[in-house]
Design a protein around this ligand. Sequence first.
Ligand code: VGL
Ligand code: ZN
Length: 223
Amino acid sequence: MRALILVDIQNDFCPGGALAVRDGDAVVSPANRLMDACEVIVATQDWHPRDHGSFADNHPGRKPFELAELAGLAQVLWPAHCVQGTPGADFHPALDRARIQRVFPKGTDPAVDSYSGFFDNGRRRSTGLGEWLRERGVDEVVLAGLATDYCVKATALDALASGFRTTVVADACRAVDLNPGDGERALTEMRAAGCVIATVAGIAHIQEGAMTTVPRDRRSENP
Ligand code: VGL
Ligand code: ZN
């Protein structure tokens, strides 16, 4: 059973948002399309309290994008973003929300950040996502969303480590790219760890192949 995990497709990560990812809103229509190819659809939602320790303005004298420490871990300080209950924390309005079966909030503990949809960065607490998927018989996950070099990467690596076959749909993701090339390097790292890096067209093709009965003698025309 295959699940689609939509990672943080929220207004604050889209153009005009507090932590805008370039072209972030370009993931919305591929994300909607991927819903047709997956039986289970879940989303993660960055969901921070206003006093979250990842926000630069909660560290007097520090600026966004500087490096600090949180929960004993290296932490990029971000502009305040995805604050619980604010419009910036909402999913992008064009995302087909009605088809999302369950939302997993993360980053709710002010003392630790949570890039992965499975565990906080200190790996102390589970969001329940892995257990929820397994209870439903999911053995394969497909990932799309924001951002390639932070939450998509962390979620993909934890999915693999949790035993799921993991596919990242590269053209349905966008990167923060604090340093040029971070997004590409993240894809390389995910591939090296064992993730399949795919495209929306490739996933759609797999689905068509599974659903269409092609006469055996014609199958070679539909590789
Ligand atoms: C993210 C930075 C801070 C993400 C979340 O969704 O990739 N990045 N919080
Ligand atoms: Zn965040």
